[in-house]
Ligand binder design. Structure first.
Ligand SMILES: *Cc1c(COP(=O)(O)O)cnc(C)c1O
Length: 427
């Protein structure tokens, strides 16, 4: 459920017409709904209420300060994948004891920052990384809290770029190998073995792969506890719950919570805390990308709607072939004709599209369009390609509107750039 709806014939975010936002802030611009964000977090929380649990919001889905601060106030933890995300999470007021750090390539400096901050645990993805963390902990004279990210070899049935729990993916430690790595970790006095972790992929639309992977890692955790005495108290099952972009029918957070809680309870591990790392399901449908039609044109059979947002603003359609619903902000009267068009941006790449062969109500130059479900992996994956300043971000609460990130100016594009001395001298 979200709070983007038609009111008096135009699309609104909560109590604010998107047209008014475009007039005030310009386009392209991301618009987030505070009520939707909160609701998604709360529903997810309720789904897990039967078990001791910790929700570590996956910061990479949307790193906006306003989003992180909203979630921090609701009591969320964070799953971070870089020193930058760790900094953002702490800055937003997320307590270190609710932060987990994932990722296969943590650098020494990032490990040191995580240890100094006192985070809950580092999710370790290789033996080599385990050694590195032990070294850093020894130098800092602390014990490093760790969990092993295992690769349960479960097919999440999603796009190959976002499947992460298969044997051939770069993530995690193979199940067979995990036992010996746990034994090695337990033997290192610098390490405090706290948990087990997995993350099998993103945009999952079934509960079965989650249940399978939970079963596998819980069995492994029990075995490791029995054989090594490791105090595994956290079972981190990653993120990945899908959302509805078009025709998908993903499990609700309630279905997901019920299925996961049942399998954990059956396995008799109620003394453990369940950790989850949801990203997309919390923010995905809490944001839209607002864009204006610049021109219409046709080449042969094809009709193009050229808009002012592009692949640098929202890369998902071209990167994953993703579908985002597109709606006219002020729809025409019933019976307005429809046409099949490509919605494309101004970037000099044929891959620059937001939708292909899409049936849309006829649009005119100057019309506003809302690209829905753009709250996750939208702004966070944006770039300056073609020297396009990044879009503004707005948050709405009821009838209030706040610009939570200014649109970049052209001057921002060259910030940090220097001329080499031989060019500077001649100026
Ligand atoms: C990306 C990621 C997540 C979040 O995935 P969603 O599909 O957005 O829920 C969670 N954990 C890890 C380790 C990730 O890399």
């Amino acid at each position: 459920m979200d709070h983007f709806h038609l009111e008096k014939g135009e699309l609104c975010c909560e109590g604010v017409p998107l047209r008014a936002i475009a007039e005030r802030v310009g386009t392209p611009c991301y618009v987030y709904s505070d009520a939707t964000l909160r609701r998604h977090y709360e529903v997810f929380e309720e789904g897990l209420a039967r078990l001791p649990h910790l929700i570590c919001y996956s910061v990479k889905a949307n790193t906006s300060r306003a989003i992180l601060s909203t979630l921090a106030r609701l009591g969320a933890g964070a799953d971070v994948v870089s020193g930058g995300e760790l900094w953002r999470a702490l800055e937003a007021g997320i307590p270190p004891e609710r932060i987990v750090f994932s990722g296969i390539g943590k650098r020494g400096e990032e490990i040191r920052r995580a240890l100094a901050a006192g985070i809950l645990m580092l999710n370790v993805e290789s033996e080599a990384e385990l050694g590195r963390i032990a070294e850093e902990a020894r130098a800092l004279k602390v014990r490093a809290p760790i969990s092993l990210r295992v690769n349960p070899d479960v097919d999440p049935e999603t796009h190959p770029y976002i499947a992460t729990g298969l044997r051939d993916n770069k993530f995690g430690i193979a199940m067979e190998k995990a036992r010996s790595v746990y034994a090695a970790a337990v033997a290192l006095p610098e390490l405090e073995v706290k948990g087990i972790d997995c993350h099998i992929g993103s945009q999952l639309t079934k509960v079965a792969p989650f249940v399978d992977s939970v079963r596998r890692i819980v069995h492994l955790a029990q075995e490791v506890r029995a054989t090594t005495g490791a105090a595994i108290r956290y079972i981190d099952i990653g993120g990945g719950l899908g959302i509805r972009y078009s025709e998908e029918t993903p499990p609700t957070p309630e279905d997901y919570g019920r299925a996961v809680s049942e399998v954990v309870a059956q396995l008799g591990t109620l003394d453990m805390t369940l950790v989850t790392e949801p990203g997309r399901v919390i923010v995905g449908n809490a944001g839209v990308l607002l864009t204006r039609v610049l021109y219409l044109k046709s080449n042969g059979q094809k009709r193009f709607v050229i808009v002012d947002a592009a692949m640098n603003d929202l890369i998902r359609p071209t990167l994953y072939g993703s579908f985002h619903q597109i709606r006219k902000v002020v729809p025409g009267p019933a019976g307005t004709p429809r046409a099949t068009v490509d919605v494309v941006g101004p970037i000099c790449e044929s891959g620059d599209f937001l939708a292909r062969d899409r049936e849309l109500e006829e649009v005119a130059q100057g019309d506003l369009l809302a690209v829905l479900s753009a709250g996750a992996y939208g702004y966070a994956m944006s770039s300056n390609y073609n020297s396009r300043p990044r879009a503004a971000e707005v948050m709405v609460r009821g009838s209030e509107l706040a610009i939570v990130r200014e649109r970049e100016a052209v001057e921002d594009l060259t910030r940090g750039e220097r001329l080499p001395p031989w060019l500077a001298a001649s100026r």
